[in-house]
Every structure is written in C-alpha cells, then in structure tokens.
Design a protein around this ligand. Structure first.
Ligand code: ZN
Length: 459
C-alpha cells in the first residue's frame, strides 16, 4: 500500500512528527487557505455549500492531527445524541457531524456547516445525557442561526488568522497546542463578543426548545449551568467554555424559567454512564478500580488483568446480552486472551440482534482480518460498503483485505473511494487511471472505474 495512504490513517504519526508537521501544515494551509477556504468578502453572503467546505476543512485538519476520537462506538453515541436533537428541526439543510475532541479542557464548539466538537473534558463534567444534550443543542442553534458567519463576513482576516492559529496550535500538540487552539477560537469570539451576547441568549432559547422537541429533559440546561458556575468558582479561569460562554445571572435565570415551563423530557435511552466509562477507558492510561461493575471490569482490562476482566464482563454480558457496550468490551477482552473464536461468536450473536450494525460489523471484520480469514472479512466488508458507502474507514479496511487477497485492481478501487471521501479527488482519479491501465483489471471493474472517474471529473 502506498505510504501516503497509510499515513492518512495513522493519525498518531502526525502528532509524532512534531515540528515537521507544523511546517507541513502551515505550508499546506497557505496554499489551501486560498483554494479550500471560502473568500469572505464584505458583501458575500455565505451559502451553505461554502459553509460546509469551511467546516469540512477544519474537521479534516482536526482529524489529521489526531484530535478527533475515532472509536466507532463512542463516535456513534455522540452522533446519535446529536441527531436526536436535530430531529426537532424542520427542513434541515446541513449534514451535521458531531465529534469528541481528545482534549481535557472543558469546551465545546461549532464550526460552520454543522461540525460540532465536544471535548472529552466537558463530557467528564456533564452528569447526564440531558446536560450534555443542552450544550450540543446550544451549539446546533449557533449553526442553524448562522451565528459568527455574519461577523466573519465582516472581517475575513479574523477568520483566516483564527484558522491559522488553530491549526498551528493543534500541530504543536500537548497543553501548549491546546492553549493556542482555544486561544484561536476564543480570540475570534472575543472579536465578535459585541455581536454575540445576544446570540448566546438566542442559542440558549433555541437550544432548549430543541431539547424539548426531542424529548430531552430541559432541566439539563440550567443544571449544566450550575455545574459550570461551581467550576468557575473553584478552579477559576481554566474553563474554556466559560470564556466563550460567560455565565451571567440573566442567562441562568432565563434557562431556569424556560425549563420550568416545559414538560420534563421522557427520552431515557440512557447509555450515558456506559458511554462515559468507555470514553475514559479508551482515552486514559489508567482507570481506578471503583464505581459500576462495568467500570471496574474496564479497569481490569486496562491493568492487564484479562482473566479477572473476563469473569466480570462475561457476567455482565450474560445478564444483558443485547447490551452492545458489554458485548464489545467482552469480545475485545476475549481477543486479548486470544480466544478469537469465542469473540467472533459474541459479535455474530449481537449482529443477529442488530443486523448490519456498523460498529459490530467493523469489529467483526477486523477480527477476521487479524486471524487471516480474508474471504469472510470480505463478505462483511462488502455488506458495509453497501450499507455505508460514505464511510472512509470501510474502504481502508477493504483495501487491506484486497491486498491480502492479491487483488491489486480492487485494492486501488477501494483506495480511490477512500481518497474521494477524504476530499482528495485528484488522487482518486490517478488511481482510477491506474486501474484502467492495469492488465489485471477485469471488465466489470474497468467499467466501474471509468464511470466513477467520469463522475469525479465532472465535479
Ligand atoms: Zn454559544
């Protein structure tokens, strides 16, 4: 597999490249700042497509420097939560993308186009899904009301500088990078602060009604304000979210008043605590052996006590065998114990309950690859390709499977799809050209490559 392709995948590598990465990113940004980012003139009304383009470019940078949590189960949870809130919007035009940011600062932010980042630091502070939903609903409201874009249209320079500061900060990594990043975002909001105090009230108002429409408990909003209020009292100015979202008495009182006049939400699909435990499991080096049975089991996995974890997780899974969090943790631990056949059985049983489920299918596919069952892995990979044709990860896995099965043309086709989705159509077209030139390519693949190449060229 070509080196550049592999590198796209290994986001950790970017972080390790350190200084070189900063330079590369800055170079790529100076060129892409002109081509990718919309130019925001005085009178330019920013259309949705440009908004999406700006959002996508910021999101991709975050992804490429390893700041986006990519665990599929966690990623799906945060997106399910977000999309439940979006159900309350009529005639929605934006494709939203919610993501967890691998950063412990308490913060959340919206990038135009519907890219909404929530730091794991903020998730750690939210005690219920309703509290977390209140922050996400507020950020959705900023996007829907196009807050910030008016101000950006008034000063394109602020915008470009901000994005530059963000990217430079991100590439530095660690706390210093984080400070530059949020400094960048906060700085841009500082510049807009005169416009946005009203915007914040408006986002609260629309946000809480989104919560109501989606059947979340609106009390989550004043509750989360109370938590933020306490944090600002104890640990002072370290809370990034409060820098961009100052908590005035007015703001708190209004949220309380609104919540009291709304019915309590009944939306209690509450995997929230499992989600929080699993997020800590994925993101930390060590978990304290305390709290719920699930958390203690995960702590054992983290500590390398896989036999102990096996007993605890088997017990949880048996008691609640359609619980996907228990099932996946159980199966992953079985993989650690090199009991792959049993792990496969757990994934397959869960897939009987949730046919075609993306997360379970990905886990099963990776396990089958690991044990060298490429033909079986390919069956799952093809199902995933049909069900989720826009998921880049699917094509990454498929390309590896085709490589192992010595099918170079199909491998290149999968790589081309990967590049198309990740916003690199030139590379995709080059790969289609190679497919068309290769003597290995069969007729069906050839015509598919020709068709896909044409679609990209016409764009
Ligand atoms: Zn806000």
């Amino acid at each position: 597999m070509p080196e550049h392709f592999r590198r796209l995948q290994d986001s950790a590598l970017y972080t390790r490249l350190g200084v070189v990465t900063v330079l590369l990113l800055l170079i790529s940004l100076t060129s892409s700042a002109r081509s990718d980012l919309p130019s925001l003139g005085e009178d330019a009304s920013i259309n949705i497509e440009r908004e999406m383009k700006l959002g996508r470019s910021v999101y991709r940078k975050l992804l490429s420097v390893g700041l986006v949590e990519t665990d599929p189960l966690l990623d799906r949870y945060i997106n399910d939560l977000g999309f439940r809130l979006l159900a309350g919007i009529d005639n929605r035009v934006r494709d939203y993308r919610f993501f967890i940011v691998r950063d412990d600062a308490v913060n959340a932010f919206a990038v135009p186009g519907g890219y909404i980042g929530i730091n794991r630091g903020l998730i750690a502070k939210a005690l219920t899904q309703h509290q977390l939903a209140s922050v996400m609903a507020h950020e959705i409201a900023h996007v829907e009301l196009r807050h910030g874009l008016d101000s950006m249209a008034k000063g394109s320079e602020i915008n470009t500088k901000t994005i530059l500061a963000m990217i430079a900060g991100l590439a530095l990594g660690g706390p210093a990078g984080s400070a530059v990043f949020y400094g960048g975002i906060a700085g841009s909001q500082q510049a807009m602060i005169n416009f946005t105090r009203e915007n914040e009230y408006e986002a609260d108002r629309i946000g809480i009604s989104l919560m109501g429409n989606a059947n979340f408990d609106p009390q989550g909003m004043p509750e989360f304000f109370a938590i933020m209020g306490k944090l600002s009292g104890s640990s002072g100015s370290g809370i990034e979210y409060l820098r961009t979202h100052p908590l005035s008495n007015n703001r708190v009182a209004e949220a309380l008043g609104r919540a009291q006049n709304m019915p309590p939400g009944r939306n209690q699909l509450d995997d929230y605590l499992l989600f929080k435990d699993f997020l800590q499991f994925v993101s930390r080096n060590h978990l304290e052996d305390q709290g719920s049975d699930f958390r203690r089991a995960l702590a054992s996995v983290k500590a390398g006590e896989h036999d102990r974890a096996d007993k605890m997780l088997a017990d949880l899974y048996r008691r609640d065998s359609d619980n996907i969090w228990y099932g996946i943790a159980f199966a992953q631990n079985l993989e650690h114990l090199e009991r792959e056949t049993e792990a496969e059985l757990v994934y397959r049983r869960l897939l009987d309950i949730f046919p075609g489920d993306y997360v379970l299918s990905m886990h099963l596919l990776r396990l089958l690859k690991l044990v060298g069952q490429y033909e079986s892995a390919l069956v799952i990979g093809r199902q995933l390709e049909n069900g989720f044709p826009e998921k880049q990860q699917v094509y990454f896995e498929l390309s590896e499977i085709y490589e192992s099965l010595h099918q170079p043309s199909l491998r290149m086709m999968a790589e081309a799809e990967f590049h198309r989705i990740t916003g690199n159509p030139q590379q995709a077209i080059r790969l289609y050209d190679q497919v068309l030139k290769s003597p290995e390519t069969d007729l069906a693949t050839e015509s598919k490559a020709r068709e896909k190449r044409l679609i990209l060229l016409e764009k």
